[in-house]
Design a protein around this ligand. Structure first.
Ligand code: TRP
Length: 448
């Protein structure tokens, strides 16, 4: 192949694209509902701990693999460990991409429905109960959610189709700054609602009596999901990063941005939850019920609700793009397809799986196994099973297979940069992270 490989053009582009992947529905939709179900403050504390000691090192490990190999998630393992079974880790990541995007696109589709409701002033004059009922009837109706899901997959495909620099990077650089401004504005509004302090207390005051191994696993799963680690997204993005970019700083900035936005989403949502007397353990629907309530009450709510759902959709879009890119990079580099064909095949294939996730709120809602619907299984399987497993193998690969010399060479940009704490990093990836993730995983699933 004589073609020059596509890649990110600038440092700002790398940060925007990687933060665009990390910041998404995981922060604004999933974090609040999982924190809400798991008791709030204590969950947040454990989550933050995992971000620091596991999330950040795994992110750096993934970027290192990708930039070293300059290939897709599967090809990277094949190139760095020829003839060894490590490529299976890449394969699991491709599979995880299908599972994640299948259910993620359901929720992403909901954001478009809510955008259209915001535009038609659909929240106005509705009580908290009415907003809840209308949310529930929407998700159960089969056609609208399916159509929005397909529209969302089309948008995702459109950006990926346009390439890494001209698609993914270009859109992320425009969309991410706007998202930040909007979330700040809405948090301030939420904080000034009467009764807001109840929500702040719920989020920041830890009550350790709520902690079980299941809660700890949820915190780990949420940390992995939110940072986009454990699946090969950051291996793929890492492969598009130029050799003169500082990887540890990039990983640190992306981790910090993602965590900041998740906490901000909590600050935006829980005060409103408490102000409107909604149960914080409401589940999947939390943001879709609570936010319309805020907008209904606030000055300029019509305007802000439109902006908010545009931006929620955008946050989702820069993330769905990063998941689809894993599949597309794999199809095009390993199976020798053109980018265009790979994009079409990948998005159509994922959409087909996605239909089952969407229908599990309506016609398929009785297809339940061990208390979980198809949607809940996809969500649980990806965040709590596939990502932790992927993360374990990734750190073991970097710690034991690549080893300190290669790692140091890659993260120091071939000796150009001074790297500090390399020994700490190696201890984490060789021993601490695999053992800690495995322990949480086995205890959390009740296998231990
Ligand atoms: N991190 C994104 C979010 O929080 C979702 C996401 C994108 C993701 N790529 C991923 C999750 C890879 C796991 C693995 O919305």
């Amino acid at each position: 192949m004589a073609n020059i490989r596509d890649g990110f053009g600038s440092k700002a582009g790398v940060i925007a694209a990687a933060a665009g992947s990390a910041v998404g529905l995981g922060n604004i939709w999933r974090f609040p509902y999982v924190a809400g179900e798991n008791g709030g403050g204590a969950f947040l504390l454990i989550y933050l701990g995992f971000i620091l000691v596991i999330g950040f090192p795994v992110m750096l490990a993934e970027l290192t693999i990708g930039r070293r190999a300059q290939l897709n998630a599967l090809g990277s393992f094949k190139k760095l460990a020829p003839g060894k079974p490590w490529f299976l880790v890449g394969l699991m990541g491709i599979g995880a991409a299908f599972v994640i995007l299948a259910f993620y696109s359901t929720i992403a589709g909901w954001t478009l429905e809510y955008l259209s409701q915001a535009i038609s002033n659909g929240f106005s004059g509705k009580s908290a109960d009415e907003l809840k009922v209308s949310f529930e009837s929407f998700q159960a109706a089969p056609f609208r959610p399916l159509i929005w899901q397909m529209v969302f997959m089309f948008l995702t495909g459109f950006i990926v189709f346009s390439g890494v620099k001209k698609g993914i990077e270009k859109y992320a650089k425009i969309l991410m700054p706007v998202l930040l401004v909007l979330i700040l504005i809405i948090s301030v509004r939420s904080l000034t609602l009467p009764g807001a302090m109840g929500g702040i207390e719920f989020l920041f005051k830890p009550d350790f009596s709520k902690i079980t191994w299941g809660v700890v696993l949820d915190a780990l799963g949420q940390a992995a999901f939110s940072l986009s680690i454990g699946m090969g997204t950051l291996i793929t993005y890492g492969s598009y990063i130029k050799k003169d970019i500082n990887l540890p700083i990039t990983a640190l900035q992306v981790t910090a941005a993602d965590t900041f936005i998740a906490v901000l989403a909590g600050i935006m949502i829980f005060p409103a939850v408490f102000a409107f007397g909604i149960d914080p353990a409401e589940g999947f629907g939390l943001v879709f019920i609570v936010l319309p309530n805020i907008f209904e009450q606030m000055a300029g709510g019509y305007f802000f609700s439109i902006l908010f759902f545009v931006l929620l959709a955008i946050a989702a879009l820069t993330s769905t793009v990063s998941v689809l890119e894993v599949v597309v990079a794999y199809f095009s580099e390993e199976l020798n397809m053109s980018r265009k064909k790979a994009t079409i095949l990948g998005s159509v294939g994922i959409s087909i799986v996605g239909v089952f996730a969407t229908l599990s709120f309506g016609p398929l809602k009785n297809a339940v196994l061990f208390d979980k619907t198809i949607f809940a299984w996809f969500d649980f399987l990806s965040a709590n099973v596939l990502l932790p497993l992927g993360a374990i193998f990734i750190v073991i690969f970097v710690g034991w297979h690549l080893g300190k010399k290669q790692v140091k060479d890659e993260i120091s940009n071939q000796g150009e940069l001074k790297v500090r704490l390399i020994n700490v990093f190696m201890i984490i990836v060789k021993f601490f992270a695999p053992v800690a993730i495995a322990a949480v995983f086995l205890y959390g699933l009740g296998l231990f």
